[in-house]
Ligand binder design. Structure first.
Ligand code: EPZ
Length: 417
């Protein structure tokens, strides 16, 4: 069973190029399914979530190739007559295909995506919104079938500005009759990227980047060539690492304009940030300052996906830090693993963690349980004295193209084996 091995306790120096964004490319791949043409997606990361989505698209008749970082999706001929049933049973984790399937063929059967360790991951907002657009949902042995004769534009107010629900409604709205207004839409950069891809393919969308999106449906969509932006969370992960270990790194292509809240936190900890057209340069400070209170928020607030990486860094900050997780209900699984390494962290209620900085972490065997927590354990391993072994690297490979390669570029002593 593979594991990531890190001999830590030394500063990081070096530079690495930031991969394309996982959370931007997945909804774009779903959108390509709606286009009876060929789409070429550049800067597509080679990660297992993309491979999984690729399999699902192939399973419903798309022809998909992924050569280097170029993904080509030919959705001209899909198995429209067999959308429900076996073709889509593998979709449990790709809820982003729901809106696209309804837009393309008007029916889809899938299992409920189900929760994961960070939270229940319900899809009530997705389903309620789609019902307002004329979709009928039938419960079906542990899953559901969604069916619609003709998607109708509607005014959709999202009680929670859910990223996934915004994406699904956007995809359905592009194919719906009439106008759809999404109120309290998510404003994450990945939503902007999806809107830009759809617009480039012929869709008519107003309000991009804001919390009210207005979509005029039924515009003919055509193939396009689109470049996915760099991954702001991967860049943030590596940025946090050097704050933890000390040193000086350069992150080529890091999307600084999407990382304002993360860069601000980095400076509050003591980092020195220099932004250029080429990327972001980070110099760790002499002292690692604790953060009296940080909470995760929807964009442009501090992202929930950066919460675990930040926690790793704060384990050896000078003082007491408090992190509040406001987005997911159970995103503190990494606590126990960090405590095994000597961290002083206690939960305060369901949503807060109190971190009392210690002088150093000690390497040991730890276990990744989900994607960003796993990456945060790699950060802790780079910080810790001695060897750290991170089990279950498969979680990390969902979102990081080659985390060992990138950390070696930054000067870490790390390998997978
Ligand atoms: C997306 O998940 C991202 N995933 C997550 O990144 C990210 O953490 C999250 O947005 C928040 O930014 C992808 O883009 C593939 P939400 P998503 O719907 O869409 C509740 C990573 O590590 N909710 O914005 O699932 C939900 O439980 C992953 O890359 C409902 O209650 O997130 C959560 O508490 C992790 N009902 C909150 O909303 C619903 O129908 C925000 O979830 C939908 C969501």
């Amino acid at each position: 069973m593979d594991a990531i091995h890190i001999r830590g306790g030394k500063a990081l120096f070096g530079e690495t190029k930031i991969q394309g964004s996982k959370n931007a490319v997945l909804p774009v791949m779903a959108a390509a399914l709606m286009i009876k043409d060929v789409c070429i997606i550049e800067n597509c990361p080679r990660i297992s979530d993309v491979y999984h989505m690729q399999q699902l698209l192939t399973g419903i008749g798309c022809r998909v190739t992924h050569i280097g970082h170029t993904l080509t999706i030919d959705a001209r001929n899909i198995f429209e007559d067999t959308m429900s049933g076996d073709n889509v049973t593998g979709m449990r984790s790709s809820i982003t295909l729901l809106g696209a399937m309804l837009g393309r063929v008007g029916e889809v059967t899938m299992a409920y995506p189900g929760g994961c360790v960070i939270g229940e991951r319900p899809i009530d907002l997705h389903l309620n919104a789609l019902r307002r657009m004329g979709v009928v949902i039938y419960e079906k042995d542990g899953g559901f079938t969604a069916r619609v004769k003709e998607l109708e534009g509607a005014v959709i107010h999202l009680p929670v500005s859910s990223v996934g629900a915004t994406e699904n409604v956007l995809l359905a709205a592009v194919m719906a009759k009439g106008v759809t207004v999404i109120q309290n839409a998510a404003k994450e950069p990945e939503i902007i990227t999806l809107c830009e891809f759809l617009r480039q393919s012929g869709a008519v969308i107003e309000g991009i980047g804001g919390s009210v999106l207005i979509i005029q449906g039924r515009h003919e969509l055509h193939g396009t060539c689109f470049t996915v932006p760099a991954d702001r969370i991967v860049a943030g992960t590596y940025l946090m690492s050097v704050l933890g270990t000390g040193g000086h790194i350069f992150l080529e292509d890091a999307p600084a304009e999407q990382m304002r809240s993360v860069l601000q936190i980095a400076e509050e900890i003591g980092g020195e940030i220099h932004i250029s057209r080429e990327g972001v340069d980070i110099i760790a400070g002499e002292h690692k300052r604790a953060l009296p209170y940080v909470k995760t928020e929807v964009y442009p607030g501090f992202p929930t996906d950066m919460q675990s990486p930040l926690m790793s860094v704060l384990t050896t900050a000078e003082g007491i830090s408090i992190i509040e997780e406001t987005i997911f209900e159970d995103r503190f699984r990494i606590l126990e693993q960090l405590k095994k390494m000597g961290a002083g962290i206690e939960r305060k209620g369901k949503r807060q963690a109190v971190i009392s900085g210690v002088d150093f972490l000690l390497g040991c065997e730890v276990t990744a349980q989900e994607l960003r927590g796993g990456a945060a354990l790699v950060i802790a391993g780079c910080m810790a004295f001695g060897e750290t072994v991170v089990r279950n690297p498969c979680f990390i490979e969902r979102g990081y193209e080659d985390i060992c390669r990138d950390y070696r570029n930054l000067g870490a002593d790390i390998y997978i084996g």
